[in-house]
Design a protein around this ligand. Structure first.
Ligand SMILES: *Cc1c(COP(=O)(O)O)cnc(C)c1O
Length: 386
């Protein structure tokens, strides 16, 4: 490991040492998990243990979990299912929000090619779905409602149980992208009563390229990838058994660790938030003040560009993210921050600090020492160039 300070856990996490050791062992098991011989059965057994662990983390039945290549595939599978299901049920409306992950936004956009209509709900200044707009959209008889549990940029956590209940009252199916929530806050899908939910391995200290889709018993799902009979025909392709097994191990550890995780990351977040507010004038904390992931702190520094801050911190050995995505050479401000009503200046000047279980208080001390002079310098430069 490098001695850099990693504050980008919402982008991805390292495998924890326990998961990595387990994964290395699993990598030497080469048998096809669909083969009927002993070696095949052994690989399949590991997959079923993983299925139980992933299901336990979010309180569902193991048979309601389908393994996929990750969050993006799980989300695409749900949206793809809606094309034929919509035709069958004579419904063609999908309701989602403006702040979803790009894979939800793109997968839903594609449904327009199949004659479906998609409504992107606005959010309030904290990133919460507005209840009146939500209820108005439900009146239009949607087939599916998709609202993410927790936002990857600003960390805002929606009231999924209530949203799912309102959707069901109007006969709509309900999906949630819970990639950022699992392992960070309690996720009880049985209590929330959602129909579909999306998860990913590499956001919870598991390997990349593996994830899960929860499909409630009785709900329709159509395979996105067709072929063999793996996952009861809902997801073809030779099992990536080592990654699935390691994902299961990560889920097991995440469940056991969740209280400690919450206390630990929340304390670091509070320390950084209070320190920045104390040391740097005129900054804005984005996201909801309470309904927020314990590990996520998104901050706008007006008068300083996010990319410039990121590069300065990079040179100082700190990994963070900006909300902006560099699309075709032009810097687009974060669609999430813009949706919360931030102007382009605040949206461009934002940094996401996302903590994980390996951060320490001294990481925060280092940031609090280094960030204020960087902001001061960048603000002076931007007034000079005006
Ligand atoms: C990371 C992420 C995804 C994508 O998951 P992958 O496994 O990387 O495909 C989807 N949704 C959210 C909210 C995410 O943070």
């Amino acid at each position: 490991m490098s001695n850099r300070i990693y504050l980008d856990y919402n982008a991805t996490t390292p495998m924890s040492p326990e998961v990595l050791d387990f994964y290395k062992d699993q990598l030497s098991l080469y048998a096809n998990a669909s083969s009927l011989h002993e070696d095949g059965r052994r690989a399949k057994k590991e997959i079923e243990i993983a299925r139980k662990n992933v299901a336990d983390l979010v309180n569902v039945l193991p048979e309601e979990i389908i393994f996929t290549s990750g969050g993006s595939e799980s989300n695409n599978t749900v949206f793809n299912t809606m094309i034929n299901l919509g035709k069958k049920l004579g419904k063609n409306l999908i309701v989602t929000t403006e702040i979803e992950h790009p894979c939800v936004l793109e997968a839903s956009k594609r449904l327009a090619d199949f004659g479906m209509e998609v409504v992107y709900l606005p959010v309030d200044e904290y990133g919460l779905v507005k209840e009146d707009e939500y209820k108005a959209a439900l009146e239009k008889n949607p087939l599916l409602v998709s609202v993410m549990t927790a936002n990857n940029e600003i960390g805002t956590v929606q009231g999924i149980k209530k949203l799912a209940q309102l959707a069901h009252e109007k006969g709509a199916l309900f999906h949630t992208d819970a990639v950022q929530a699992a392992g960070k806050i309690p996720v009880d899908l049985k209590d929330w009563d959602v129909d579909y939910a999306t998860f990913s391995g590499h956001k919870i200290y598991g390997p990349k390229g593996v994830g899960a889709l929860f499909v409630k018993t009785g709900c329709k799902i159509e395979p996105l990838i067709r072929g063999g009979h793996q996952e009861k025909g809902y997801r073809a392709g030779t099992y990536n058994a080592p990654s699935i097994a390691a994902y299961g191990k990560a889920a097991e550890l995440a469940k056991a660790d969740i209280e400690h995780y919450t206390t630990h990351t929340k304390a670091l977040r509070e320390k950084l938030k209070n320190g920045l507010l104390e040391k740097i004038p005129n900054i804005k904390i984005n996201g909801h003040p309470e309904k927020v992931l314990p590990n996520t702190l998104d901050v706008s520094f007006p008068g300083a560009e996010g990319e410039a801050i990121l590069l300065h911190l990079d040179l100082l050995g700190v990994d963070v993210s900006t909300g902006s995505a560099c699309a075709s050479g032009s810097l687009e401000p974060s669609h999430v921050l813009m949706a919360t009503g931030l102007g382009p200046e605040l949206a461009h000047g934002s940094i996401r600090f996302s903590f994980g279980k390996y951060n320490t208080e001294s990481d925060v001390d280092y940031i609090l020492e280094k960030v204020p002079p960087v902001i001061d310098k960048l603000r002076k430069m931007s007034t000079l160039s005006m």
